[in-house]
Design a protein around this ligand. Structure first.
Ligand code: NAD
Length: 255
């Protein structure tokens, strides 16, 4: 059963913006953390969700959990940095749904280490996943996205500020924000919307596994960021939000 507030939201959208009912939406890194929350929130609003992740079993488990909520979700294998896999994913989406309405470039990784301890393989893995991946996904998604299609890129406060021991992560997240604005400028004429969601700290394994001493109370629930993704996807046809920032009240990565 869908949550009653999601039903209300879907009805509200029908009056003031674009409803998500029946839309086909690919969420990369959709098996856990923000990707899992995004699949849930968009699915609750009636979208058909493709959870695309390197962790296929976990994506399948999440798709099964979403099915319990009456959400239409499937899991597909994807390494966003592998162009052949990106092509195969788009072919599978075309075969199953015949179209794609939105892409959420969410998959991301980090390695916490001083620059002297990052080797070239770490650097390349992070760049490939966080920056080359979204480029490949957009390039191939554009073969399926119609006018009115939407690309959402999950950026970070790490796209605008910098702290120690995250040089590759910062380079990719600043790069992703730049890529997002470049795509917004380039694709607007084709009727494709592009949005960067600049998120502050979230209670996901991404932070909680690496920093066990962090106080989870200073972080935001990924569901709240997922609701921001739903908000930008639900704007009226003639409006686009190129960038939005969503922060927890207490976490300190933004003043
Ligand atoms: P997470 O580690 O909990 O989840 C990331 C997901 O991406 C996992 O399911 C993982 O299997 C998948 N993934 C990793 N590499 C992949 C690849 N090559 N191809 C496909 N899938 C892959 O992380 P999260 O916190 O949910 O982060 C989601 C996004 O939000 C990331 O882009 C991250 O940079 C960004 N972000 C996170 C925070 C935070 O505080 N957690 C803050 C701002 C932005």
């Amino acid at each position: 059963m869908r949550e009653s507030n999601a039903t209300t939201d879907a009805r509200t959208d029908a009056g003031t913006g674009t409803g998500l009912s029946g839309k086909v939406i690919v969420v990369t890194g959709g098996s856990r953390g923000l990707g899992a929350a995004t699949g849930r929130v968009l699915g609750m609003a009636g979208a058909q969700i493709v959870l695309a992740d390197v962790e296929l079993d976990r994506a399948r488990d999440h798709a099964a959990a979403l099915a319990q909520l009456d959400i239409d979700a499937i899991a597909l294998p994807l390494d966003v940095g592998d162009e052949q896999q990106v092509r195969q994913l788009m072919a599978a989406v075309r075969e199953r749904f015949g179209r794609l309405d939105a892409l959420v470039n969410n998959a991301g990784i980090d390695r916490t280490a001083p620059v002297t301890e990052l080797d070239a393989a770490d650097w390349e893995r992070i760049v490939r996943t966080n920056l080359t991946g979204p480029f490949l996904m957009v390039k191939h998604a554009l073969t399926l996205l119609p006018r009115g299609g939407h690309i959402v890129n999950i950026a970070s406060t790490a796209s605008k500020r910098a702290w120690p021991n995250a040089s590759a992560y910062h380079a990719t997240k600043w790069g992703l924000l730049g890529l997002s604005h470049a795509l917004h400028a380039e694709l607007r004429a084709s009727g494709i919307k592009v949005t960067a969601v600049v998120a502050g700290g979230m209670r996901t394994p991404f932070l909680l596994e690496r920093f066990p001493d962090i106080d989870p109370q200073v972080l935001q629930d990924p569901i709240d960021v997922a609701r921001t993704v739903r908000f930008v996807l639900s704007q009226p046809e003639a409006t686009v939000i190129p960038e939005v920032m969503v922060l927890p009240m207490r976490e300190s990565s933004w003043p």
